[in-house]
Design a protein around this ligand. Structure first.
Ligand code: PEP
Ligand code: MG
Length: 263
């Protein structure tokens, strides 16, 4: 692999209660050191929805519509102490490898502004304490709501990269619970509605000179991977078991042919 495309930080806390800065710092540092010069894209906490965290630091009430509710960036922007602790741990670890940070479930410009303000606060505090960190860590947002895809031209002005979260994007575009078998026939990665939104997002990223990767399960299917490259996606984050198969497939194709296929 060229790097790690999606480190789901909430998985650190699913079983283990310790969300302290030190414990997070140790985990991020370990993965960055192990990856050496390769990039590691760590996503900030995406709890709520289908991901329930067992930690005394997180109190999540049950909700009628959890997948449309208080999850991911919506939760962390309302729990700024928790969010800043994670950002501090990430920035401290940035001195030990090639880190990218990305933020999940962005729906609007205001959320991006709030995130960037908190990042600045954390950076200023670390500088004041003389703690080394990389101030140029690329900051990206996940495009996994239809709203974010549709306003991606505006959002691209404020971040260094996009990562399309295909699992959620399909769920929210098709209005189809990704875990509900009764409606799974609607959960169709190659539906033209999904492909159009991916195409819009990639074009807006490139227009603004930022990269657009894709994570989630979609890219692990060989047919989907061919179409994604044809649509201009720059990087695909895969299930590890599919990595060699997809790499081999893509090595034997021509980008121009895939563009025609995608059209
Ligand atoms: C996604 O939605 O595609 C994604 C990668 O995030 P998660 O599956 O963790 O929601
Ligand atoms: Mg997601």
């Amino acid at each position: 692999a060229d790097g790690i495309g999606l480190f789901r930080s909430e998985f650190l806390f699913m079983e283990k209660a310790d969300m302290s800065e030190e414990s997070q710092f140790a985990a991020y540092k370990q993965v960055l050191e192990t990856a050496k010069e390769k990039t590691v894209t760590i996503r900030t906490l995406d709890c709520g929805g289908d991901k329930i965290i067992k930690s005394p630091d997180i109190i999540q009430e049950s909700e009628k519509n959890p997948l449309l509710g208080w999850r991911a960036i919506r939760f962390t922007l309302d729990n700024t102490d928790l969010f800043k602790t994670q950002l501090r741990a990430l920035y401290r670890a940035s001195a030990f490898g090639n880190l990218k940070i990305m933020f999940p479930l962005i729906s609007c410009h205001e959320q991006v502004m709030s995130v960037l303000k908190l990042v600045k606060e954390v950076q200023n505090q670390l500088a004041k304490e003389n703690i080394p960190y990389n101030k140029d860590v690329p900051l990206g947002i996940m495009i996994e709501t239809p709203a974010a895809a549709l306003v991606s031209d505006a959002l691209a002005k404020y971040v260094d990269f996009f990562s399309i979260g295909s699992n959620d994007l399909i769920q929210y575009v098709m209005a189809c619970d990704r875990g509900n078998e009764k409606v799974s026939y609607l959960y169709e990665p190659l539906n033209p509605a999904i492909l159009q939104l991916i195409s819009i997002t990639v074009k807006n990223a490139h227009k603004n000179k930022i990269s657009c990767s894709l994570c989630g399960e979609m890219g692990s299917d060989p047919n989907n991977a061919l179409i994604l490259v044809g649509l201009g996606v720059d990087e695909i984050s895969l299930s590890t078991g599919k990595l060699l198969e997809i790499r081999k497939l893509l090595q034997n194709t021509n980008k121009k042919d895939l563009e025609v296929l995608a059209q």
